[in-house]
Design a protein around this ligand. Structure first.
Ligand SMILES: C[S@@+](CC[C@H](N)C(=O)[O-])C[C@H]1O[C@@H](n2cnc3c(N)ncnc32)[C@H](O)[C@@H]1O
Length: 365
């Protein structure tokens, strides 16, 4: 049994022919009424946090948002304390990261007075959660980053780029073929390779038969826009996500529903789809100085997450202390989020090495 959105997509394909995986993802995640990231969230479930489909770093521990807040405030000082500065979060979820970041930076003289907060979010219930989490900071909401007004920029995006659509390709004996979503004889959705060469497939580098690869036009377009803004108006962007540092072969698109793996075409609109982010592609198209990617574990340790955990534990019950240790391990351990999650900074100045990207202290920290 498919979903209402599954039937709509099948109808579209019956009318106009097979669609790319990217078009399928755009519908499955972003359909204005039925997309996974647009739907009213089921009570107690839906994206973010048990019993939904996954949990994210800011929901694991306040330490994550606090340290990112300190990083952003440091970048603001390096920029010369511009006022106003556009503080932008892409896909803020429940608003937890930003709330923790703002609480942690209350003591930075002039920082909060300079902030003009912009949230890029398409999900109405999550916007309400963000409003509640960020009372007193008067955020503006946008459906797209392009709508954020110009001016010096401090941008953060945690687990946002992985939700952007990708095209998928398979190298056959005849060359690269794009994987498409078509219809089985019974009218259900099914995956199949395009019979001939498509424009993107024609431009891919050579590889051995059997190879797979992915390409996100949406991710590249967004990184290019952010880079243009940083180059023009000044500022810094911090992108955190699971992904890989160098261009590589392989397919990473995965589907998750209720904490379990699912088939990609299964129950569109009720299933989360995500991919590993190609950080080298984002850095290349941004065309501004890039730092990293480095592992989330190294990044957070260089920013001082271990002493922060110790300081939180000083006022904690034994049970709370165990929870703090567990959260710390989850965020930084190499076999948990520490290595798979990568951190990339984009900035307007190559000389201003940001904190967290090397063991050499930067001038500003
Ligand atoms: C995986 S959640 C991450 C939430 C948050 N950053 C965190 O770390 O907890 C993705 C977020 O991006 C939003 N989102 C996904 N696709 C989007 C799009 N195309 N435009 C705007 N927001 C989007 C979702 O509604 C959600 O807030």
């Amino acid at each position: 049994m498919t979903t209402e959105l599954g039937r709509l997509i099948a109808h579209r394909i019956a009318l106009t022919g097979p669609i790319s995986i990217a078009d399928f993802m755009a519908e499955a995640l972003g359909h204005p009424r039925l997309g996974y990231y647009r739907r009213a969230l089921p009570l107690g479930g839906g994206p973010l946090g048990a019993p939904g489909d996954f949990t994210t770093a800011p929901e694991i521990s306040q330490m994550f948002g606090e340290l990112l807040g300190a990083w952003l405030a440091d970048r603001w000082l390096v920029l010369g304390s511009p006022a106003p500065v556009r503080l932008v979060e892409l896909g803020p979820g429940r608003g937890t990261l930003m709330a923790d970041a703002l609480r942690a930076t209350r003591g930075v003289p002039g920082f909060h007075a300079a902030l003009d907060l912009h949230l890029v979010e398409t999900n109405a219930p999550l916007k309400e959660a963000q409003r509640a989490a960020l009372l007193g900071f008067s955020p503006s909401w946008h459906e797209r980053f392009d709508d954020v007004p110009s001016g010096p920029l401090l941008l953060v995006a945690n687990e946002f780029f992985d939700a952007l659509p990708v095209r998928q390709f398979h190298r056959t004996a005849e060359g690269w073929r794009e994987r498409m979503v078509g219809l089985a004889p019974d009218g259900t959705l099914r995956l199949a390779l395009a019979p001939g060469l498509t424009p993107f497939a024609a431009a891919l580098p050579e590889a051995a038969p059997g190879a797979e690869t992915e390409l996100s036009e949406a991710g590249r377009a967004l990184a290019a826009t952010i880079g243009t803004r940083l180059g023009r108006d000044g500022g810094w962007a911090l992108i955190i996500d699971y992904g890989y540092d160098r261009p590589g072969l392989g397919s990473s698109l995965q589907a998750v529903r209720g904490h379990r793996g699912a088939a990609i075409l299964d129950r569109p609109g009720e299933t989360d789809l995500s991919t590993h982010v190609d950080f080298s592609a984002l850095a290349a198209v941004a065309r501004v100085p890039a730092f990293g990617p480095v592992g989330q574990g190294d990044f957070l340790c260089r920013l001082g997450i271990v002493p922060r955990a110790q300081s939180l534990k000083r006022h904690a019950s034994p049970e709370q202390a165990r929870a703090i240790d567990a959260a710390l391990a989850r965020l930084i351990a190499p076999d948990q989020m520490g290595t798979l999650f990568r951190v990339l900074a984009l900035g307007d100045d190559r000389s201003a090495q940001p904190a967290g990207f090397s063991d050499t202290p930067s001038d500003s920290t």
